[in-house]
Design a protein around this ligand. Structure first.
Ligand code: GDP
Ligand code: MG
Ligand code: K
Length: 300
């Protein structure tokens, strides 16, 4: 028997924290596969992405929630709604902050929201590899009384410090429960969404500050061909003509780079050769069109 007489624990755990504190890095370390897209830009992750972590004794289903922050348009409203609704469904919340930055308005805004959440809340102080160890106690002090933390864990999502200890603790905190997913399943997100996020990631990375995170990628079709290749047609949606020019680049050079890098990642993900066709479309003000959000798959 795999579980001998030990009881099996399982549950859902949300990760919250302001942008760039390291939530996706943390999730990727645990799940060991590139499912949450990472970028230096804020808010790369817009949907809930589940990562499933399974051991002999427990299963933890992680939700990588978009940043909770003050809404400024309909997309932000949507993101905040989806983050808050995630928090009410879970068995524990991990609130992540960065040890490299002082506690700020963004952290306080989330802490305020968390006061209404009646679940175990862990404080994770991430990026401890990047600070002078003597500073750690001072940093912990600035958060100590902000909330009634169930646990406080200084960690490095990048290098792995203290992550196993955290997982052990979390496993024991979760209720006795079933294994929700087969152990080889790491995400329930549709491949289409992951593919579009891989393309988006390349756009943000290669164009640096010139294309805003609001750039969207719509997957028109994804078809397996007789020759074993997967044919993918995708449209990159920008808000202005100038942005279209940047994405396409001189004689199409930028678009070609984006396509090449994205294709390599998509081939790794799907385990087959890919033919990727990219188009660029200008659609002014799309961020405020709620119906378009729905058609792009931003659902709750
Ligand atoms: P998210 O917005 O919270 O999902 O943050 P990301 O996971 O995208 O990380 C943002 C940036 O912080 C990336 O450049 C990461 O490489 C970096 N980062 C994340 N975790 C750590 C860590 O533990 N140590 C250090 N030094 N950098 C980290
Ligand atoms: Mg992220
Ligand atoms: K990010």
């Amino acid at each position: 028997f795999m579980n001998d007489n030990k009881e099996f624990h399982s549950g859902f755990v949300a990760i919250v924290g302001r942008p760039n504190v390291g939530k996706s890095t943390f999730l990727n370390r645990i799940i060991g596969q590139k499912i949450a897209i990472m970028s230096d830009k804020a808010q790369t992750t817009r949907n809930k992405i589940q990562g499933v972590y399974t051991t002999d004794n427990a299963q933890i289903v992680f939700l990588d929630t978009p940043g909770i922050h003050k809404p400024i348009n309909k997309l932000d409203d949507f993101m905040e709604d989806s983050a808050m609704s995630a928090l009410n469904e879970v068995d524990a919340v991990l609130f992540m902050v960065s040890a490299t930055e002082t506690r700020g308005a963004g952290d306080n805004f989330i802490i305020d929201k968390l006061k209404k959440v009646n679940k175990p809340i862990y404080l994770l102080i991430n990026k401890i590899d990047d600070i002078n160890p003597n500073k750690l106690l001072d940093i912990m002090d600035t958060y100590k009384n902000a909330l009634d933390w169930s646990e406080v864990f200084p960690i490095s999502a990048l290098q792995g410090n203290n992550v196993d200890e955290l997982l052990n603790n979390l496993e024991n905190r979760l209720p006795e429960g079933p294994q929700y997913y087969p152990e080889d399943q790491v995400t329930d997100h549709p491949e289409r969404f992951i593919v579009s996020e891989l393309i988006r990631e390349k756009i943000l990375m290669l164009t640096r500050q010139e294309i805003p995170y609001s750039v969207a990628v719509e997957i028109q079709s994804m078809k397996s061909q007789d020759n074993g290749k997967v044919h993918i047609e995708a449209t990159i949606i920008v808000e202005r003509d100038g942005q279209k020019g940047i994405v396409i680049g001189k004689k199409g050079a930028m678009l070609k780079k984006i396509g090449t890098l994205a294709r390599q990642d998509i081939e790794d993900l799907l385990g087959s050769k890919v033919f990727l066709e990219l188009w660029v479309k200008v659609q002014p003000g799309w961020r405020d069109k709620a119906s378009m959000l729905k058609s792009l798959g931003y659902r709750k």
